[in-house]
Design a protein. Structure first.
Length: 114
C-alpha cells in the first residue's frame, strides 16, 4: 500500500491545501485548449478584452497585476488634521495687465465698463 496521496506529495509532508490548489490551477492553465492555445493565454485575452470594453474591475486587475496594488493612504496621526491653503503671488501674477485688459484689471478701484 502506498503512503503518497494522489497529488504525488509524500504523506508525511502534509502540504498546505492552498499550495496544492495553486499547483493544480497552474497545471490546468498551462494545458492547451482544443485549438492548441494555452488556457492561460485565453484567460489573459478575455481579461484584456473586458478592460478594452471599459470594465473597471478588469482594468483595476490589469494594473494591480502589472504595477502592484497601491498601498492604502496612511491615516493621519492623532485623528483629524487641519490643512490651510494660502495664496502666494508669483512673478506672472504681479505683472501688469495686458494693454487690452478691462479697466477693472488695469486700475485698482476702477469700475467695470458698461
Amino acid at each position: 500500500m502506498s503512503t503518497e496521496p494522489d497529488d504525488g506529495e509524500p504523506a508525511a509532508a502534509a502540504p498546505n491545501p492552498s499550495a496544492v490548489m495553486r499547483r493544480r490551477l497552474i497545471a490546468a492553465l498551462a494545458a492547451p485548449a482544443d485549438d492548441g492555445v494555452p488556457l492561460a493565454r485565453k484567460v489573459v485575452d478575455a481579461l484584456i478584452g473586458k478592460a478594452c470594453d471599459g470594465d473597471l474591475a478588469a482594468i483595476r486587475e490589469i494594473f494591480d497585476r502589472a504595477d502592484g496594488k497601491s498601498p492604502p493612504a496612511p491615516a493621519p496621526e492623532g485623528g483629524e488634521r487641519k490643512v490651510t491653503f494660502e495664496w502666494k503671488p508669483t512673478a506672472s501674477s504681479a505683472a501688469p495687465p495686458a494693454p487690452g485688459a478691462p479697466a477693472s484689471l488695469r486700475e485698482p478701484g476702477a469700475s467695470p465698463e458698461s
